[in-house]
Design a protein around this ligand. Structure first.
Ligand code: RNT
Ligand code: ZN
Length: 420
């Protein structure tokens, strides 16, 4: 739309919201402060670069063969830059250990050093963005029978414990180098396809392994740690030692963060309602916003009821400064840059929708017992002129409004991706 029309639409919308008791300027100011940790792995189908040609395995699967995937760190960085140029706000970059650049110094996962991520750090610095990090417990020969930190063999556990420790140190170096604290996340694929005879042993070994990993003291201003539960996975349909209860207990007792991934629960079990429960006992949590379709399929995040509920809990609960919001999905059946743009813009839209609801009034009505009016306001707020406010945000941030970004993605596809 033309700038003049965007401005006119916004002025009307602002008035409409003001009549409902909502200050759109205050909402936009809050939204501008949100930084989403955008996952590197949407850009190359979770491939990583430590071994060129290595394939994804151990509990994760990407489907689709859309042309143009990033084949090198350089291409991935360029693609990410293209994506963020189409998303309002300043966002973070979330890297996995398997994206190490070995250069002349090959190292296995248990001997990774910050040098292997030097190019990533220099690049993030040049963009003035923060970075987060992930330990990679998959796509590696030492994931034996699908097991890592819970493996009965001590040598295998020790290998992965060393991996965990070196990743935390890399996280701290990233945080120090960028002057913006890093979050290092831990997820393991361990589990059982069929009914286990021993549910206790793996959990006790996992707690022990984690304690060894987290025993190394790291300054929280450089790096904080998080653990990510999952109820089931591919090849782990019957049991995962790192279940929700396991990690809630672990995070609360060991004072680490908990990562709630919206694809990791039973299909009708949302994570929105878990947020205020766990934040009653934890100072901070992290989110992997994803979209499961029938299983933890990691579809691109859409503006679903689930996503809106997450946005509402973050905003209405007053948790914007206690939640490290990240994304986690990977779709190789569509343009990967569009996937980043659609998912991240949707997450921001969900937050803006929540910010634009008259939630202080709704809470007041609720406290007074007027549930009728609470429902009425909640429902009316769904059809307010949201788009005009969103477009205004895009305009101010210098990114395309509406679907204007798509033409640029198509141009990039023709000029850059199609030549790969
Ligand atoms: C797996 C977890 C994990 C991964 C990424 C690649 O089910 O969600 O977070 O998706 O680390
Ligand atoms: Zn995840």
């Amino acid at each position: 739309m033309k700038t003049r029309d965007l401005e006119r639409a916004y002025a009307l919308a602002q008035q409409c919201y003001a009549e409902a008791g909502v200050d759109t300027e205050a909402a936009l100011k809050k939204l501008s402060g949100v930084s989403v940790s955008m996952h590197c792995w949407q850009g190359d189908d979770v491939g990583g670069f430590e071994n060129a040609g290595g394939s994804l395995s151990d509990g994760l699967a990407v489907t689709g063969n859309y042309p143009g995937k990033a084949r090198s760190p350089q291409e991935l960085r360029a693609d990410y830059e293209k994506a963020v140029s189409l998303i309002p706000g300043k966002h973070r970059f979330n890297l996995h250990a398997s994206y190490a650049e070995m250069g002349g110094k090959r190292a296995d996962r248990d001997a990774l050093e910050v040098e292997h991520f030097g190019n990533w750090i220099a690049w993030a610095k040049s963009l003035k963005i923060g970075m987060d990090f992930n330990q990679t417990y998959f796509s590696h020969p030492k994931v034996d029978r699908g097991l890592t930190l819970t493996h009965p063999n001590k040598a295998i556990r020790s290998f992965w414990i060393r991996h965990g420790i070196c990743c935390r140190m890399i996280g701290a170096s990233i945080g120090k180098a960028l002057g913006k604290g890093c979050l290092t996340n831990l997820w393991i694929p361990d589990g059982m396809k069929d009914t286990p005879a021993d549910r206790r042993g793996p959990r006790e070994r996992l707690a022990e392994s984690l304690d060894e990993i987290f025993a190394v003291k790291i300054e929280p201003k450089y790096n904080v740690d998080s653990v990510e539960p999952k109820l089931f996975g591919i090849g782990a349909e019957s049991y995962t030692p790192g279940s929700h209860e396991f990690y809630v207990g672990y995070a609360v007792s060991r004072k680490v963060l908990l990562t709630l991934d919206s694809g990791h629960y039973h299909p009708t079990e949302g994570i929105a309602d878990k947020i205020s429960s766990v934040l009653t006992f934890l100072p901070e949590i992290a989110l992997h916003v994803s979209r499961g379709v029938r299983w933890d399929s990691d579809h691109v995040v859409t503006l679903s009821d689930d996503l809106q509920a997450i946005g509402q809990e973050i905003v209405w609960g007053g948790y914007l400064d206690r939640i490290r919001i990240g994304l986690d999905y990977f779709d190789a059946s569509i343009n990967r840059i569009a996937a980043w743009v659609i998912g991240t813009r949707n997450l921001l839209k969900a937050l803006l929708l929540a910010l634009l609801a008259p939630y202080p009034q709704m809470k007041k009505l609720e406290a007074e017992g007027d549930y009728t009016s609470r429902l009425a306001l909640m429902e009316e707020s769904k059809t307010m002129p949201f788009r005009a406010v969103w477009d205004q945000h895009c305009l101010r941030c210098g990114v395309p409004d509406g679907s204007g970004w798509l033409a640029e993605v198509k141009r990039y596809e023709n000029e850059v991706l199609a030549k790969r």
